[in-house]
Design a protein around this ligand. Structure first.
Ligand code: HEC
Length: 123
């Protein structure tokens, strides 16, 4: 009887732990709902904002055919986990004069989760 209870409980814990570990990118995809009116991740298609396809390692302001602000083009930023963390927390302070109308992600977990998602989704 006790062994059966344990088997059930342990299986439930294992399922919970494995889904929590893989959960970051899934939560990040939800955070991306705040961006997707303006940004495409997987397609090289510009909307109000430039496509984010191939984002990691790319220079800021470099998508062909997108009319960036001078501020973004001249920012000298190369997008990486660190530069994105700073920019997404406070776009207007990191790139003064950016035309991205977004106040920033205020919660640390939101930024961690969205980066996890973006790293896969923009490949
Ligand atoms: C209201 C539309 C809008 C929203 C919402 C928005 N963006 Fe943007 N985003 C833009 C625009 C416009 C630019 C170009 C900014 C410039 O040229 O100054 C931009 C630029 C960027 C860049 C730089 C891209 C490059 O090619 O250099 C990144 C990265 C980015 N946005 C990510 C995000 C993420 C992640 C979110 C959600 C948390 C988000 N944006 C929300 C409109 C938006």
């Amino acid at each position: 009887m006790n062994i059966k209870v344990c088997l059930f409980a342990c299986a439930a814990i294992a399922v919970f732990v494995s889904s929590a570990a893989a959960g970051d990118a899934a939560l990040g995809q939800k955070v991306f709902n705040k961006c997707k009116a303006c940004h495409e991740v997987a397609e090289p298609k510009n909307r109000v904002g430039p496509s984010l396809k191939g984002l990691f390692g790319r220079s800021a302001g470099s998508v062909e055919g997108f009319a960036y602000s001078e501020a973004m083009k001249n920012s000298g930023i190369v997008w990486s986990e660190d530069t994105l963390k700073a920019y997404l927390a406070d776009p207007k302070t990191v790139v003064p004069g950016t035309k991205m109308s977004f106040t920033g992600l205020k919660k640390h977990e939101e930024i961690e989760n969205i980066l996890e998602y973006l790293e896969e989704a923009t490949k």
